[in-house]
Design a protein around this ligand. Structure first.
Ligand SMILES: *Cc1c(COP(=O)(O)O)cnc(C)c1O
Length: 397
């Protein structure tokens, strides 16, 4: 339907595939030559320093995943059984799972329309309720979805008022800025992910950043099984095995060297999509808050199903039939069976914005290695569906 060429002959267009620079092998080879085949070594030290200097944080700790970084942040803030943690609802499950690992309960906060991220209005209501019940959360996890930074000024003001620390889940927003400052540097802790689909990757991995150097020392300690200073493997704390491999940190070093290029490429892809559909009022794109610069990790669009006379599942099917990977937006966590019964604070009473976004949104292929030809293929496929939907609605009218 989308092309005359057989679909099988067309290479698959992925949502966000890894994009190597070519220099990764150089640092991997160094690891092999020096035999630092371990969760410590020169690549790790260098990668941590590079991330700290890129973001402007005082220090950084390389970890096995972004999820591990969130878990360690919660541990460092003393989150435990019986505690609550506020968390964005509109996100990937990994933002909230570590709350449960810690024995605590999440309370989910809705999105607001200008960033699609945590609504300061809903956060205020959650704080007021918690305060009335005499049980403030131990932390607030703010997610910067698809690269767009949340309304940090408003969120920080509220969290300072109630003296609750912020953990920034910046897994999707490395390289994004808010008033010129890097994502991940606004909270007590910031976390990044280098999973295979992220803007830069180590195949799997994460990073914890903070200006609190003492707490990050403790993070390194907890991430290496919490060994006391004794030759005989003595332990007085519960630790984890969460450090990054020195081989993978080598991949990260090379990837970070091209991060700015990757951001530019993803932003260009976003601009292309916006331009390609500028004549269609039934499709709109994720906004960019003024004074912020998104890395546009994924281009996210909203489809007005009435105006376009088509549905998100139909669109996903059409793209899939053309060997193109696209995805719905994240299913809000307060709707996940896993978190059934969890509390949720909506942006406006009786209407959940993130549910509306979930129902009408789609993520389009956005990999930084995507060619112009690939992008035309995606746009043509979508236009074919939109045109045939418009025809069938004209015929039935
Ligand atoms: C990818 C991602 C994570 C988890 O990172 P991992 O490195 O895969 O553990 C957490 N939060 C968000 C929003 C993510 O997109």
């Amino acid at each position: 339907m989308c092309s005359d060429v057989s679909v099988n002959e067309m290479k698959r267009i992925y949502l966000s595939p890894p994009h190597m620079s070519g220099k990764e092998r150089f640092y991997i080879d160094q690891a092999f030559e020096s035999n630092w085949i371990a969760p410590l070594g020169p690549n790790i030290d260098a990668f941590e320093k590079q991330i700290a200097s890129y973001t402007g944080a005082a220090d950084a700790v390389a970890l096995s995943s972004g999820t591990a970084a969130i878990h360690l942040s919660l541990q460092l803030l003393g989150v435990g059984a019986g505690d609550t943690v506020f968390c964005s609802s509109f996100t990937f499950v990994a933002s909230a799972n570590p709350i449960r690992y810690s024995g605590a309960e999440p309370v989910f906060i809705d999105s607001e329309p200008e960033t699609w991220n945590m609504s300061p209005q809903a956060l205020r209501m959650a704080f007021e309720d918690a305060n009335r019940h005499g049980k403030l959360p131990k932390a607030v996890i703010v997610v910067h979805l698809y690269g767009q930074i949340a309304k940090m000024d408003e969120i920080i003001e509220l969290c300072e008022q109630y003296e609750v620390p912020i953990i920034e889940d910046a897994a999707e927003s490395l390289g994004s800025t808010y008033k010129g400052k890097q994502s991940g540097t606004f909270g007590k802790f910031g976390i990044f992910s280098f999973n295979g689909n992220k803007i830069i990757t180590t195949s799997g991995g994460g990073m914890l950043i903070s200006d609190d150097v003492e707490l990050l020392k403790k993070a390194r300690f907890l991430a290496t099984q919490a060994r006391d200073a004794a030759a005989h493997y003595q332990h007085s704390h519960l630790g984890f095995n969460y450090r990054m491999s020195n081989i993978l940190a080598g991949v990260g070093r090379a990837q970070l060297e091209v991060l700015d290029e990757r951001v530019a490429a993803r932003r260009a892809i976003y601009e292309n999509y916006v331009g390609a559909f500028s004549e269609r009022s039934g499709i709109s794109f994720m906004p960019e808050l003024s004074n912020t610069r998104s890395n546009r990790w994924l281009t996210a669009a909203l489809i007005d199903e009435h105006e376009m006379n088509t549905t998100i599942p139909e669109l996903l099917d059409a793209l899939s039939a053309a060997n193109i990977e696209a995805r719905p937006l994240w299913k809000p966590l307060h709707l996940q069976p896993l978190f059934e019964g969890s509390r949720f604070y909506s942006h406006t009473e009786g209407a959940s914005l993130c549910e509306q976004l979930f129902q009408s949104g789609i993520c389009l292929p956005s990999g930084s290695s995507m060619t112009v030809v690939d992008q035309v293929r995606v746009v043509d496929c979508m236009n074919n569906l939109f045109n045939s939907s418009a025809e069938s609605s004209a015929q039935s009218a």
